[in-house]
Design a protein around this ligand. Structure first.
Ligand code: HEC
Length: 234
């Protein structure tokens, strides 16, 4: 009996999906060994649902471009000992079979003097079909060492801060974070390789996939240099 329970719990460790945790260390990406890749699609990921700059809606005269206020970097991570399997679908298009535990991240910063973190978005593959979509914000905004806390708001959530820009100005930013319920739908709609997700529930990475060969080239080289083998099994 005991050995059966032991066997079951041993089995459970490997089959139970491990969703993204409630808290991550500030240096999560470097600690895990994520490597950066380039996003090359012409659709920009949304940073916010709405934003005002010194009380004026962004886009109105005198307000900066969104790209002047934010910058983002995409990252991907494969657990040790597993590789991505390249398959093709019925129409001959390349499909990636990502191993469970694969993670991709979007590190979104303000373009202020401290380059402070706005949000870290992470997808983790938690079963053979499903990805956990998570979004984190620093527990004390502006502090580069503060832990990252998973967001659980419904609808859009307000966030305000004052930025110190390199031109000496200190604009006030009032924004609403994007609706967490839209993550999957949008990835399903905008991913250049969305055909590899058979249903909305199986939607996963947007840029880290077969349609972004160019953007992932350096990621592959860096992965091979670091681990001494290909990230692909075939
Ligand atoms: C309006 C559409 C949209 C919404 C909503 C959205 N994303 Fe994205 N996401 C994108 C696009 C577009 C990219 C970048 C694709 C590119 O340029 O290659 C992206 C990239 C990413 C990446 C970088 C890795 C990759 O290749 O997928 C992560 C991680 C990510 N999103 C997570 C999230 C999470 C978590 C949410 C919800 C909190 C979310 N996204 C909401 C459209 C969206």
């Amino acid at each position: 009996m005991r050995s059966l329970i032991q066997q079951l719990s041993f089995f459970a460790v490997f089959v139970l999906p491990v969703v993204m945790p409630e808290e991550l260390p500030a240096n999560y990406l470097s600690q895990q060994g994520f490597l950066p890749f380039q996003e090359t699609s012409n659709v920009s990921p949304p940073y916010f649902a709405s934003l005002s700059f010194n009380g004026m809606p962004i886009g109105s005269p005198g307000t900066p471009q969104v790209s002047e206020l934010f910058f983002d970097t995409a990252f991907a991570f494969l657990p040790e000992g597993v590789q991505i399997q390249k398959l093709s679908d019925a129409s001959g298009r390349e499909v990636w079979n990502y191993p469970v535990g694969t993670e991709v991240a979007h590190d979104i910063h303000f373009n202020d003097v401290g380059r402070s973190l706005f949000e870290l978005r992470v997808l983790r593959k938690i079963s053979i079909t499903e990805w956990d979509f998570a979004s984190y914000a620093p527990s004390s905004p502006g502090d580069p060492h503060s832990p990252l806390i998973r967001n659980h708001y419904t609808g859009v959530a307000p966030f305000s801060t004052t930025l110190q820009l390199s031109n000496g100005s200190n604009p006030r930013i009032d924004l609403k974070r994007i609706n967490l319920g839209f993550c999957k739908n949008c990835h399903m709609a905008t991913s250049p390789a969305a055909y590899q997700y058979p249903s909305l529930n199986e939607a996963g990475p947007c840029g880290f996939g077969p349609k972004n060969e160019l953007g992932i080239q350096t990621w592959i080289q860096n992965y091979e240099a670091k681990f001494g083998h290909s990230p692909f099994s075939n």
